[in-house]
Structures are given as C-alpha cells and as structure tokens.
Design a protein around this ligand. Structure first.
Ligand code: PRP
Length: 181
C-alpha cells in the first residue's frame, strides 16, 4: 500500500515541478542580483520547495526557518496563525523573501507579512509554489507564483493531510474518501 494509492490524480509531476522551480529560481536570481537575499522557509509545508528553490539560485543567499500553523490537523484554515518558531537573526536591511508551499486563504501569509514588515527589512516579498485564488479570504497576491491551482485537496511535495503525504515527489489530488471520513 503506497501513499500514491490515495491520490485520485496527479496535478503536477516531478518533471513539471522541476521546471517551475527552475524558472522561479532564474527569475529570483535576476531580480536579487546585488541584493541581500534572505529566504524565510515557512515550515513545515515549504521545506522541500525552499530546498529545491535555493539550489536553483545562482546568487548568494542566506536563510532561516519560521514555523506558523493555521490548519492544525483539519483541512480548513482556522484563520488563526500561531508562530511556533521565529527567525533567529534581525531582518533589518535584508531583502526578505518568504517562501511558502501554498497560498490558500491568505490568512497565514498576510499575518506573517505584517509581522515581518515591522522588523524593517529593505524589501519583503512572497514566493509561493502554489496559488489557490478560489479559496482566498484575505486579499493577497504573491510576488512569485509557481502555478495557480484549482480548489482541490492537494498533497505531496511538502503538502500534507494529517501530516502524511509530504514525502511524495509529485503534487497530487487526495481522494475524497480519505479526508471526508
Ligand atoms: C499551510 C501552508 C501555508 C498555509 C497556507 O500550512 O504551508 O503556510 O497553510 O494557507 P492559508 O493561505 O489558508 O493561510 P499549515 O498551517 O497547513 O502547516 P504546515 O505547513 O505545517 O503543513
């Protein structure tokens, strides 16, 4: 029994993901030439994307992790964002790029953006692998979007359901019977 058996379909293959990440890395490398790029990887979902994205950069870059949770073990955003782990260093004067796996309701990222902007970075942008505009509750647009996705329950490439499926190399649609039980 493999985790892939719980998918009703594959939205993005490993190959498609690689191309998206490479293109994003190229754009970001161009835009941040001669800048002071500091990547914030928002755990846990974006750990795989951030690792791949950073390896596709051709410019110097530093990074840290920040953990925020809005979903708990369910599938719907609660609207409450808890900071579980903060970045260690001062962000003053840095060109901060928040890296997320998915922009959904926008609640997490809009709160994070507000919080981090108070720390006086030189610039503050958002890069998300997936954008699901159909679910937006707080108006927010990412500066870099890998791809826009439909309103399906997506797992893999860091995205979870009840903490499972993060390890899948593709982004798949979870079978309805798995999460509606
Ligand atoms: C997911 C995702 C984003 C957030 C996006 O994290 O990684 O951080 O939800 O949703 P929003 O736009 O509706 O706020 P989650 O809270 O599920 O934690 P995880 O990354 O540890 O899986």
């Amino acid at each position: 029994m493999s985790a892939r058996d719980d998918l009703s379909g594959v939205l993005l293959s490993e190959e498609q993901i690689n191309k998206i990440v490479k293109d994003l890395g190229k754009r970001i490398s161009e835009d941040y030439q001669d800048k002071n790029l500091f990547v914030i990887c928002v755990l846990k979902g974006s750990f795989i994307f951030a690792a791949d994205l950073m390896r596709s950069l051709t410019i110097p870059c530093r990074m840290d992790f920040l953990a925020a949770s809005s979903y708990g073990s369910g599938s719907k955003s609660s609207g409450n964002v808890r900071i579980i782990k903060d970045v260690a260093a001062s962000l003053e004067g840095l060109d901060v790029l928040i890296v997320e796996d998915i922009l959904d309701s926008g609640n997490t990222l809009s709160r994070l953006k507000k919080l981090l902007s108070e720390r006086h970075p030189a610039s503050l942008r958002i890069c998300t692998m997936l954008d699901k505009p159909a679910r937006r509750e707080t108006p927010l647009e990412a500066d870099y979007v890998g791809t826009v996705v439909p309103d399906e329950f997506l797992v893999g490439y860091g995205l979870d359901y009840n903490e499972y499926y993060r390890e899948l190399p593709m982004i798949g649609i979870l079978k309805r019977e798995i999460y509606s039980n």
